[in-house]
Structures are given as C-alpha cells and as structure tokens.
Write a protein that binds this ligand. Structure first.
Ligand code: OAD
Length: 258
C-alpha cells in the first residue's frame, strides 16, 4: 500500500520538500505548545485576553506595577510545571536528527523544544526557566526561587537583594545578540524554513520567513489559521502542529489528518 495514499497533495508536497532539504530552519510560536496545554497569546482564551500584551510585558509596566506583572508571570511559570512536549515538538526533534544543519528559532519561553530533545534551539524571547536580577544581572532558577515565596512577596536576588524579573524579552527590548546572530545564519543558510504555530505579527521574528525566502529558501507553514506568512509559503498547511508535523516528518502515527 502507498504510505502517502491517504495524505492530501499539500502534505505530500511538504513532506518531500522537507525530505529533500539538508539545511532546515524552523520558526515556532505559541501554537506548537497549544496541544501541550499552554495557552497561546492571541487565540480566544489566550494569555493576553483582557489586557494587551504591551500593557504587561514591558519594562515600563514592570517599573510601574511589578506586583501585577509578577502575578501574571508567576501564574505562567507555575503552570509550566505540569506540561509536557507533544507530538509536534517530538517530530521537530526527529527532523533535526536527520538534517545536516538545523536551527530551531522559537518565540516560546516554555522550554518544551529542549525537553522534547531538540538541540540547536534559539530562544528568541528568552525563557521562563530562569529569573534575572535587574541590578546585578545574576540569574537564578525560576522554580526554586518562587517555591515557597508568599504570593504577595516579590522575588529578590540572593546576591545583591535587587528585584528579580522574568528572563524574557519584553516589548521595547532588544533580542539577545546571540539569538539574532544565529537567526541571521539560519535565514541566510537554510534551504527550507518551516514556520509553525505563530501569528506572524511580532517583530523581528515576523520577518524571518520573508528574509529567508528572499535569500532563496522555500517556506512551509503549519497553522490552523491563515497568517501574514501564508502567502509566502508553498505549501501553507491548515492543521495543528501535533497532527501535521509527525506526518511531515514521518515520525510515528499522528492523529487523523484534518
Ligand atoms: P500567537 O498567540 O500570536 O499566535 C499563535 C498562533 O498559533 C496562531 O496563528 C494560531 O492560529 C496558531 N495555533 C493555535 N493552535 C495551534 C496548534 N495546535 N498548532 C499549530 N498552530 C496553532 O503566538 P506567537 O505568534 O508565538 O512575545 O506570538 C508571538 C509573540 O507575541 C510571543 O512570543 C510573545 C507575544 O507577545 C513576547 O512576549 C515578547
């Protein structure tokens, strides 16, 4: 029996594009972790519902209302304790194992790509696994620092007593130099950029696909919804990460294709 017989032509095309590529970059966003139970930002019920992202995830908001910003981040950090990678994360780890060069550029701060076994992961927006002192810059484990800390207390640095903040990139802040350097390398060298689960509206990541395409890469997209990146992609697949990525990578039995 033809193993590809039950797949749509677009899925078959995406599979062969990925199978033929030796250098692949992936750009992932909140959607890849949705099926692990981590809410996205902009879908219904998303993290920012009721408040705009800019109102909490900024240095200005942290200076004005640190308790409110911390309440929001504490909830997110504590919620991560119970989540695990899904079939989409695992398929990307498998894809990396068979590539000559592979870059996983993620906007996510949940650490699930690394837990799934991905190795060359660049966390463009930082991580929720560590906290950073606003005075001396010392980093500490988020879970250990927050464990047992009363809800009405703000975490402080064990070295200098300064206020700790989540080790993430906020609106108005620059992405880490290292992350931008690796992204530039991926954009200029990849043959295929696979874009998964991002609404494609937050810069600079939102421009990566256009830059990679301008440099000669083929763009493939996986997202249940159309995005501003969809017109660049051949193909742009409508479906979820945990359903489609295993089909594209050929890494185990997925749920039925939508
Ligand atoms: P968004 O919440 O903006 O978009 C999530 C995307 O995932 C949408 O396009 C959904 O259609 C798609 N999606 C939902 N469920 C999916 C699934 N099961 N499989 C695949 N895709 C699915 O998240 P991001 O684009 O990651 O930045 O947001 C970018 C940045 O905006 C975040 O990193 C964060 C936020 O503000 C900072 O905090 C700096």
């Amino acid at each position: 029996m033809d193993p590809e017989g039950a797949l749509s032509p677009d899925v078959v095309q995406a599979r062969s594009v990925l199978a033929a590529a030796r250098r692949i970059a992936v750009l992932s966003g909140a959607g890849i972790s949705a099926e692990s139970g981590v809410p996205t930002f902009r879908d219904a019920g998303g993290l920012w519902e009721g408040r705009s992202p800019e109102s909490l995830a900024t240095p200005g908001a942290f200076a004005r209302e640190p308790a409110e910003v911390w309440r929001f981040y504490r909830r997110r950090i504590e919620a991560l304790a119970g989540v695990a990678p899904n079939a989409g994360h695992r398929a990307l780890a498998e894809l990396e194992r068979r590539c000559e060069r592979f870059w996983l550029l993620t906007q996510n701060v949940d650490g699930l790509h690394a837990t799934a076994g991905s190795r060359n992961v660049v966390e463009l927006h930082g991580t929720l696994s560590t906290l950073r002192c606003v005075h001396c810059g010392r980093r500490s484990s988020a879970r250990e620092t927050l464990a047992g800390l009363p809800d009405d207390r703000l975490p402080t640095c064990g070295a200098c007593g300064g206020l700790l903040r989540p080790d993430v990139v906020w609106y108005g802040e620059l992405l880490p130099d290292h992350a931008l350097a690796v992204a530039a390398e991926a954009i200029s060298r990849c043959q295929v950029m696979l874009v998964v689960g991002t609404s494609g509206v937050v810069q600079p990541a939102a421009s990566f696909a256009a830059s990679a395409r301008a440099a000669g890469a083929r763009i493939v997209e996986v997202n249940p919804e159309r995005t501003p990146i969809s017109p660049l992609a051949r193909p742009s697949l409508r479906g979820t990460a945990a359903t489609l990525l295993p089909l594209l990578v050929g890494s185990g039995a997925p749920a039925a294709e939508p």
